[in-house]
Design a protein around this ligand. Structure first.
Ligand code: PXL
Length: 274
């Protein structure tokens, strides 16, 4: 794998196995230098814990970027995840405007299972559309793809529906689309990769239980594998297999409802990338 430097922009959820506590180890395991720009500090993620604290870091992010710029720091890719508010889209766009990053990979983290996460509203969706329109690669789930395109959310669909979502996202301006959680039947799920012409689909077994943080695990493994030299399709397959393994490793532990136990699976991710 090529040794590269990646800047990831997302929150620190101190407890909850998501965002930076996932991105740092997973991208590092892929063999890249992982730099961070924290968007917020939360006590936990917002998906199931009550009473969480949240400190947005927009002003600090601006200062950090200016310092990076003065230092001449450059990144092979900027990978964004959970942003605390719409103004942070401007911060990310500023990183790209200053030429600090070559590639922009956006995981438009804002919703799942047909619903927006608690912190977000339609104004945030509009800002996320803007960010996605500038991205080289976007990694939405179906709910996020629906919000970004205005297409109705469905739980049962066919390939024509997935094509319409993928085309809608390309029309928005994203160069490539990696759509996660695409399942045409009850027992399977998968990932679709679209470049505006060919729709590649990788299907795998579906475990009928939802786990928090799997989008972050997928996006981090995809980014690490892709920036390290794998093709988009190869990176999507590696990331999907890794998520499945992490879920399998967590199943049956009812106390571990808030995330996936990805750590023991890092060794197999590393082996796969050799
Ligand atoms: O896993 C996505 C995510 C990241 N960060 C925070 C979240 C969530 C999903 O709920 O709440 C703070």
């Amino acid at each position: 794998m090529k040794y590269s430097r990646i800047l990831t922009v997302q929150d620190i959820s101190c407890l909850g196995q998501c965002s930076l506590t996932v991105a740092l180890p997973v991208i590092s395991a892929c063999g890249a230098e992982t730099c961070i720009l924290p968007s917020a500090v939360l006590s936990t993620h917002t998906g199931g814990f009550s009473g969480y604290t949240c400190l947005g870091l927009t002003d600090e992010m601006k200062k950090i970027i200016s310092h990076f710029d003065v230092l001449g720091a450059r990144f092979a890719a900027v990978y964004t995840g959970y942003l605390a508010d719409g103004n942070q889209v401007d911060v990310v766009l500023d990183i790209m405007r200053r030429g600090l990053g070559d590639l922009l990979i956006v995981d438009p983290v804002m919703a799942d299972a047909g619903k927006l996460y608690p912190a977000f509203d339609s104004a945030f969706v509009n800002r996320m559309k803007e960010l996605c329109s500038r991205a080289d690669i976007i990694l939405p789930n179906i709910t996020e793809a629906c919000l970004l395109t205005g297409i109705e959310y469905r739980t049962e669909y066919d390939e024509a529906y997935i094509r319409s979502l993928a085309n809608g996202l390309i029309s928005l301006g994203a160069k490539r689309v990696v759509l996660t959680g695409v399942g045409y039947g009850a027992d399977s799920t998968g990932v679709a990769v679209y470049d505006g012409q060919e729709l590649f689909y990788y299907n795998h077994r579906r475990i009928p239980k939802c786990f928090h943080g799997t989008g972050d695990v997928f996006a981090s493994a995809f980014t690490g594998a892709y920036v390290g030299g794998k093709s988009e399709r190869e990176a999507a397959v590696i990331a999907a297999d890794f998520v499945l393994e992490c879920i399998q490793n967590t199943l049956g532990d009812e106390e571990h409802w808030y995330g996936v136990k990805f750590e023991p699976c890092l060794a197999s991710l590393i082996k796969r990338l050799k």
